[in-house]
Design a protein around this ligand. Structure first.
Ligand code: TEU
Length: 588
């Protein structure tokens, strides 16, 4: 019986600003801009969005697409200006919507004034704002980094970068251009609090906190366990994810800043699996964060102990058990969670968890919509997900994969395996399956050139998916019939129904109804006043039979992604679900 709150009921829509819509108001042709976001607020409002989270728009050399910030209080001219943000906030407020800012404070850009100062000399007043360590020497007397932690973004090189001038290494977990901040330093923490205040006072309503569980590293920087035998550098999360002072730092943020405003907060928390650790952050009584992004579902295809760009077999039953685990955990222990299966760091969900063939793309996108809109928690929709946008097509050459992680990975693969066609093909397959690029192609607004993302004569910063003539917002806005709703219209209905029955879908109890079938996921959601719904999802391209149990107690099937037919199914006994069919039933 969680207490109600606006941030629990909100639908959050994530915008990747470079790829959302280019109006030409920024200074970089072919880049999306802030005015582009503002111009689409009516579209988002009609969809059912309450909060807009934009990935970073701050000054940045854009080594990692804005996740390398060089000034937290100014806007990158590629996206526009502070005035444009003020206008965005005003226009959001007019529509009773809010802005969530992407707060990237585990690290800065190496061009941030703080880092330039820190690296200028060992005596710099900001030396201790970053993580500096003397080198180690091996048996041959060769200089080595302080430990074996590997860099996260793609090339599995050292996470430490040598600084010639001051003869020490600095820690940079993502790329050398993203040095990690030293949160042990109280002045640095103050400076971060100041950044939060700056944006809240300007009218933002909260934060998505980038890799916030990495801000506390284990003292002494011990070596990571060997996950990939033979590799010189290893994933070091054991010593930097959910480190010793994380909760202290989060509570300090709450105490000094957040508690003075009415905010929504979500922490990005890769690697964490431990339930106690999770509850310490999102437990209702903890005063840390409202909720976090748990990575189990988006990491489902990672090799155990490996980096993200690896492959691993999984089944729909794994998705079912992960979802069930967290639905129960939050209800049983009074915590709160986020629901998401897409973001800018992952492939498109329809390509990954369902079937993106022309035959099933729309249908199975709707299946994923039905699932997400009927699960408990705060719902996050990623731009283009509401259109059923899919991964880059397989014929797209590797040169079009331009994300830093993909580029580093592909360079490393070519170097290590030149001449070994099998290994090279595997590398390609990894990127075709999992590259972050898939989520970063321009949003497909229409069938016009460049999918309506930017002017016809301008080259978009990144390749447009070749399917834009059939997959775009304009065609999906046209209503054909009840039996032929587009993915966009289906999302709109799903979000509206989630709001109408929020006691059930947002706050209600969760009961798993099917846990033995290979491809079926069926659950019941029950509100405090007894209202209840049952969702049945067929995660396969085959017909599947299901026995509607007494416990389900369905009085009628109200809708489904095939539209036609669902309401005529039996409410007891054996029913048959068609390929990728999802249905929703109302209970007695
Ligand atoms: O991502 C953090 C993160 O650990 C992953 O999602 C990461 O992209 C993946 O593991 C790579 O293999 C956040 C941002 O969302 C991402 O875009 C940034 O690159 C990263 O932090 C650094 O700021």
């Amino acid at each position: 019986n969680a207490t109600q709150a606006w941030w629990k009921e909100s639908v959050v829509y994530q915008i990747y600003p470079a790829s959302f819509l280019s109006t030409g108001s920024g200074n970089a042709p072919g880049w999306g801009d802030i005015k582009g976001i503002t111009s689409k607020l009516d579209y988002l409002k009609h969809l059912g969005v309450d909060v807009v989270w934009s990935s970073p728009i701050f000054k940045s050399p854009q080594v990692d697409m804005g996740y390398d910030i060089s000034d937290y209080k100014d806007i990158d001219p590629r996206f526009g200006s502070l005035d444009d943000v003020d206008e965005l906030i005003r226009e959001l407020k007019k529509r009773d919507m809010r802005l969530m800012v992407d707060l990237v404070v585990n690290h800065t850009s190496d061009q941030h004034a703080w880092f330039l100062d820190s690296r200028s000399s060992k005596d710099s007043a900001k030396r201790d704002w970053y993580i500096w360590q003397p080198p180690k020497y091996d048996d041959q007397g060769k200089r080595q980094p302080p430990n074996n932690w590997g860099m996260i973004l793609g090339d599995a090189n050292s996470a430490w970068t040598w600084d010639e001038k001051t003869q020490e290494y600095y820690l940079a977990l993502f790329t050398p251009e993203q040095p990690d901040l030293n949160w042990r330093n109280p002045e640095l923490r103050e400076a971060v609090h100041d950044v939060l205040r700056f944006w809240l006072e300007r009218g933002a309503s909260g934060f998505r906190m980038d890799v916030i569980n990495m801000i506390s590293k284990v003292k002494g920087y011990p070596d990571a366990p060997i996950g990939t035998p033979g590799a010189p550098f290893q994933p070091g999360e054991k010593h930097f994810a959910n480190g010793p002072h994380l909760h202290e730092y989060l509570r300090e943020i709450n105490d000094k800043v957040l508690s003075k405003f009415d905010t929504i907060t979500v922490g990005e928390m890769p690697f964490v699996r431990d339930e106690e650790e999770i509850m310490k952050v999102v437990g209702a009584d903890r005063k840390e964060l409202n909720m976090i992004f748990i990575f189990d579902i988006v990491d489902i295809d990672n090799a155990p102990g490996g980096f993200r760009l690896t492959l691993h077999d999984w089944t729909p039953a794994d998705v079912r058990s992960i979802i069930t685990k967290y639905q129960r955990l939050m209800l049983d222990r009074d915590g709160w969670n986020s629901i998401f299966i897409e973001n800018h760091d992952n492939p498109r969900s329809v390509s990954r968890y369902a079937d993106d063939s022309d035959q099933y793309r729309a249908l199975s996108s709707k299946l994923l919509c039905l699932m997400q809109t009927t699960l408990g928690g705060t719902l996050y929709v990623y731009q283009g997900e509401e259109l059923g946008m899919r991964n880059l097509r397989p014929e797209v050459p590797m040169e079009e994969y331009i994300d830093i992680e993909s580029v580093n990975y592909w360079e490393k693969t070519k170097k290590q395996h030149s001449g070994d066609q099998e290994k090279l093909n595997f590398g390609k397959k990894v990127l075709q399956t999992k590259a972050r690029d898939h989520a970063r192609t321009p949003v497909q607004w229409s069938a016009k050139p460049n999918a309506g993302f930017c002017d016809e004569g301008t080259k978009p910063w990144m390749i447009v998916n070749s399917d834009y003539k059939t997959v775009n917002a304009e065609v999906q806005r046209t209503y054909k019939s009840e039996d032929d709703l587009s993915v966009l219209q289906f999302w709109k209905r799903g979000l509206a129904s989630r709001k109408e029955h929020k006691d059930v879908f947002v706050y209600g109890d969760f009961t798993l109804l099917e846990d033995s079938s290979e491809n079926l996921f069926a659950y019941k959601r029950t509100g405090d006043d007894g209202a209840a719904f049952v969702t049945v999802l067929n995660f396969s391209g085959k017909d599947v039979e299901w026995n509607v149990s007494k416990e389900a107690n369905v009085s009628k099937w109200v809708t489904g992604n095939y539209q036609k037919g669902a309401p005529s199914l039996d409410t007891t006994g054996q029913i048959k679900l068609r390929p990728w069919e999802g249905i929703l039933g109302e209970c007695e």
